[in-house]
Design a protein around this ligand. Sequence first.
Ligand SMILES: Nc1ncnc2c1ncn2[C@@H]1O[C@H](COP(=O)(O)OP(=O)(O)O)[C@@H](O)[C@H]1O
Ligand SMILES: N[C@@H](CC(=O)OP(=O)(O)O)C(=O)O
Length: 457
Amino acid sequence: MKVAKFGGSSVASAEKFMKVADIVMADQERRIVVVSAPGKRFKDDVKMTDLLIALTNQILTGNSYAEEFKAIIVRYKEIADGLKIKSYICDEIAENLQDIIDTYKEDANRLLDSVKASGEDNNARLMAFYLQSLGLKAQYVNPKEAGIFVTDEPGNAQVLEQSYRELANLRKREEILVIPGFFGYSEQGNIVTFPRGGSDITGSIVAAGVKATMYENFTDVDSIVCVNPTIVEKPKDIKEITYREMRELSYAGFSVFHDEALHPVVSQKIPVCVKNTNNPQAPGTLIVAERDYLKQQVAGIASDEGFCSIYVSKYLMNREIGFGRRLLQILEDEEISYEHTPSGIDDMSIILRKCQLTNGKEERVLERIQKELKVDDVKVQYGLALIMVVGEGMTSSVGVAAKATNAFAEAGVNLELINQGSSEVSMMFGVKETELNKAVQSLYKAYFEQPVSALTL
Ligand SMILES: Nc1ncnc2c1ncn2[C@@H]1O[C@H](COP(=O)(O)OP(=O)(O)O)[C@@H](O)[C@H]1O
Ligand SMILES: N[C@@H](CC(=O)OP(=O)(O)O)C(=O)O
């Protein structure tokens, strides 16, 4: 049994729905289909989830939401009309959305989560209806009925273990089951969404629950490529990659697959295959437990902008017991999450996304660090980009790090920070945002265009 998840780009229009149906019909093993809300049809299009967020904002600010509501229904209607399926389904979608608004309009968090979830929910109903219209024995299954139970944190759900037991029952069902991605139900009975891009997570949970032989993740590219394709032209495809490598790369910038979508399938070693809805014959990228890394130690180079660093220095910091804890406590008090904390004898830096320091948090944090920790210096440096070089073979190989530093030197890029050691499969580098492209291009050349020369220990 295979679980096939179709991302927003694969269900964005009637034409894409038809491709999905062909893919489902081409393999009898594809028994469970997980769908996202309609995504972008062209570069500047707006995803359904963003339309739904805009609708919620209008409601919460007390403004008229008629226009936003209409735009949502029009998107579904265009799909339904293109598929020549009965238009009453769109009336049902409109009623369902209005019900959600009326029920939750006094509770901002619940309203937002329920409205966002309706994007996938209504799309799954539409998909099931379409597959039925083609004569397939297909059935929409709500996540509550399927048994997807999650923590009660709006917009940030995590799966509860009991879900896997419940989901196992789906194996007995004979129909093609269509499940909406992106949300589950809390034990309190609330609809709760995963973080953005979370339909990948639903697909993985369902695959683990039914003990699928394969989790197929359909998107709009033939395979995952080893570096951001907007920085390097036509980079190499990744044919095979391990769960650990993929998680690191996803977290550090490969937005094609959600980093939290690996954990559920890892313990059962269910292979994940990322494939193209527009070219399903292409083999795609296989994500597995182990790979032969001797031929290619580095699997990929991920990068992302928008970071900053809080630099703190104090003479004899190393001897001050509890300094690190008190520093991080200040961040915790402000609900700031950080990424890395490289440190020296008298210095420590905290690397975080710059969006974490908005709404006066920067001023408050700096003041408290200065006052409570009596530091010699504290400052924030903006414009930082992080690059993550990831590969299973790296820690057991000589010369992999040297290749990176040589590549930075050749590109004339100054390294702001290096962090290696905590992770067995990655090395992290910080550079100025303005130097990011040069740095990544040079690293790509070093790791993917030159013959493997590192010695294996
Ligand atoms: N390393 C990468 N390899 C392939 N695609 C990538 C990579 N990094 C980012 N992407 C982008 O991810 C997109 C697919 O992800 P996403 O838009 O979330 O798809 P979906 O709508 O199917 O969920 C691709 O179109 C591509 O632009
Ligand atoms: N629709 C949600 C969830 C999701 O996974 O979407 P996509 O498959 O388009 O990444 C979002 O936009 O975040």
